[in-house]
Design a binder for this molecule. Structure first.
Ligand code: TYC
Length: 104
Protein backbone atom coordinates (compact mmCIF):
# COMPACT_ATOMS: atom_id res chain seq x y z
CA UNK A 1 0.00 0.00 0.00
CA UNK A 2 1.31 3.47 -0.77
CA UNK A 3 2.30 5.70 2.14
CA UNK A 4 -0.28 8.20 0.97
CA UNK A 5 -3.03 5.85 2.29
CA UNK A 6 -1.34 4.94 5.53
CA UNK A 7 -2.05 8.18 7.36
CA UNK A 8 -5.09 8.32 9.65
CA UNK A 9 -6.85 11.22 7.99
CA UNK A 10 -6.42 10.34 4.37
CA UNK A 11 -9.61 9.27 2.54
CA UNK A 12 -9.56 7.16 -0.60
CA UNK A 13 -12.39 8.15 -2.97
CA UNK A 14 -13.24 5.80 -5.80
CA UNK A 15 -14.87 7.88 -8.55
CA UNK A 16 -16.71 4.73 -9.76
CA UNK A 17 -18.60 4.28 -6.49
CA UNK A 18 -21.75 6.38 -6.14
CA UNK A 19 -22.45 7.74 -2.64
CA UNK A 20 -25.25 5.83 -0.87
CA UNK A 21 -28.79 7.11 -1.39
CA UNK A 22 -30.44 8.65 1.68
CA UNK A 23 -33.26 6.40 2.95
CA UNK A 24 -36.82 7.17 1.81
CA UNK A 25 -38.56 9.26 4.46
CA UNK A 26 -42.10 8.98 5.83
CA UNK A 27 -44.19 11.49 7.72
CA UNK A 28 -46.15 10.31 10.71
CA UNK A 29 -49.57 11.98 10.57
CA UNK A 30 -51.81 12.24 13.60
CA UNK A 31 -55.57 11.98 12.95
CA UNK A 32 -58.39 13.72 14.78
CA UNK A 33 -61.20 11.93 16.62
CA UNK A 34 -64.01 13.09 18.88
CA UNK A 35 -63.00 11.23 22.03
CA UNK A 36 -59.30 11.37 22.85
CA UNK A 37 -58.69 14.12 25.45
CA UNK A 38 -56.57 17.03 24.25
CA UNK A 39 -54.17 16.67 27.20
CA UNK A 40 -53.53 13.06 26.26
CA UNK A 41 -52.65 14.03 22.67
CA UNK A 42 -50.22 16.69 23.95
CA UNK A 43 -48.61 14.08 26.20
CA UNK A 44 -48.23 11.63 23.29
CA UNK A 45 -46.57 14.27 21.13
CA UNK A 46 -44.08 15.01 23.91
CA UNK A 47 -43.44 11.41 24.90
CA UNK A 48 -43.12 9.79 21.46
CA UNK A 49 -42.19 12.64 19.13
CA UNK A 50 -39.92 14.76 21.33
CA UNK A 51 -42.02 17.91 21.13
CA UNK A 52 -41.98 20.54 23.85
CA UNK A 53 -45.25 21.66 25.45
CA UNK A 54 -45.72 24.56 23.05
CA UNK A 55 -45.00 22.55 19.88
CA UNK A 56 -47.18 19.68 21.09
CA UNK A 57 -50.10 22.01 21.85
CA UNK A 58 -49.81 23.66 18.44
CA UNK A 59 -49.84 20.30 16.60
CA UNK A 60 -52.71 18.99 18.73
CA UNK A 61 -54.82 22.09 17.97
CA UNK A 62 -54.02 21.85 14.28
CA UNK A 63 -55.21 18.23 14.25
CA UNK A 64 -58.31 19.17 16.25
CA UNK A 65 -59.24 21.96 13.81
CA UNK A 66 -58.00 20.59 10.47
CA UNK A 67 -58.31 16.82 10.96
CA UNK A 68 -54.64 15.91 10.67
CA UNK A 69 -51.14 17.11 11.46
CA UNK A 70 -47.55 15.97 10.99
CA UNK A 71 -45.77 14.70 14.13
CA UNK A 72 -42.40 14.11 12.46
CA UNK A 73 -40.55 12.75 9.42
CA UNK A 74 -38.49 9.54 9.78
CA UNK A 75 -37.05 6.55 7.90
CA UNK A 76 -39.65 3.79 7.43
CA UNK A 77 -38.74 1.57 10.41
CA UNK A 78 -38.64 4.45 12.87
CA UNK A 79 -41.98 5.83 11.61
CA UNK A 80 -43.71 2.46 11.87
CA UNK A 81 -42.25 1.76 15.33
CA UNK A 82 -43.53 5.11 16.66
CA UNK A 83 -46.98 4.43 15.23
CA UNK A 84 -47.05 1.03 16.93
CA UNK A 85 -45.93 2.52 20.26
CA UNK A 86 -48.56 5.30 20.12
CA UNK A 87 -51.27 2.81 19.18
CA UNK A 88 -50.31 0.50 22.07
CA UNK A 89 -50.16 3.40 24.54
CA UNK A 90 -53.54 4.82 23.46
CA UNK A 91 -55.34 1.47 23.30
CA UNK A 92 -54.10 0.51 26.76
CA UNK A 93 -55.85 3.67 28.02
CA UNK A 94 -59.02 3.16 25.93
CA UNK A 95 -58.40 6.12 23.65
CA UNK A 96 -59.08 5.76 19.90
CA UNK A 97 -56.12 7.98 18.91
CA UNK A 98 -54.63 7.00 15.54
CA UNK A 99 -51.66 7.97 13.44
CA UNK A 100 -50.62 6.84 9.98
CA UNK A 101 -47.50 7.12 7.85
CA UNK A 102 -47.17 8.38 4.29
CA UNK A 103 -44.22 9.09 1.99
CA UNK A 104 -42.79 12.53 2.81
N1 TYC B 1 -60.79 16.27 18.95
C1 TYC B 1 -60.36 15.84 20.27
C2 TYC B 1 -61.25 16.46 21.34
O1 TYC B 1 -62.02 17.36 21.05
C3 TYC B 1 -58.91 16.21 20.54
C4 TYC B 1 -57.96 15.52 19.63
C5 TYC B 1 -56.92 16.25 19.06
C6 TYC B 1 -58.06 14.17 19.37
C7 TYC B 1 -56.00 15.63 18.22
C8 TYC B 1 -57.16 13.53 18.54
O2 TYC B 1 -55.19 13.64 17.18
C9 TYC B 1 -56.13 14.26 17.97
N2 TYC B 1 -61.14 15.98 22.57
Amino acid sequence: MSTRHDTQHDLVVDPEVAPPEPPPMYQVVLLNDDYTPMEFVVKVLQKFFGKNAEQATRIMLQVHHEGRGVCGVYPRDIASTRIALVSQYAQARQHPLQCIMEPA
